[in-house]
Design a protein. Structure first.
Length: 161
């Protein structure tokens, strides 16, 4: 089955639905690790993970021939940096190159915008994502803001452009 990557509005219903699925998946993966956190730490972590509309450079969807969204990713400006955020591929679309196409689209968009690198934050409970990032040429870097205080065990990466 073929698909293409298209830029959509941040509030595109398909993008919102996929981000909702991602939230549920990440909650399931990290629930036990975050269970003992006091409410103020959880609130700080949520603030660090939040993506504000003014920061979003592009919202990209991988879409099949009938318009169904197969995957989602954001590119945001985080100060002077360009950050890949909120990558998800639907279960039915995995192993079809959707994640790699979305990652490549973010890299291209950032390069076209003048970025010198793309950074991202992930975690050990996301082995599929980690494998994708390594295959796409991302290399480990130290944890960066805004994740240092609330997610010091994050796994962060960069791809030089």
């Amino acid at each position: 089955m073929r698909f293409h990557v298209e830029q959509v509005d941040l509030d595109d219903p398909r993008a919102l639905a996929l981000r909702g699925i991602l939230d549920l998946d990440l909650d399931e993966r990290y629930r036990e690790a975050d269970a003992d956190d006091p409410p103020e730490v959880a609130a700080q972590r949520n603030a660090a993970l939040a993506t504000h509309p003014a920061q979003v450079v592009a919202t990209l969807l991988a879409v099949d021939a009938d318009g169904s969204a197969l995957g989602h990713v954001l590119l945001r400006r985080l100060g002077e940096e360009w950050e890949l955020k909120r990558l998800i591929v639907t279960a039915a679309a995995r192993r079809r190159g959707v994640g790699r196409a979305l990652t490549d689209a973010v890299v291209t968009r950032a390069r076209d915008g003048g970025a010198r690198r793309v950074i991202l934050q992930s975690g050990r409970m996301q082995p599929e994502s980690l494998a994708l990032y390594a295959a796409a040429g991302f290399t480990p870097i130290p944890v960066y803001e805004p994740y240092i205080a609330t997610m010091p065990d994050s796994l962060c990466f960069e791809r030089m452009l």
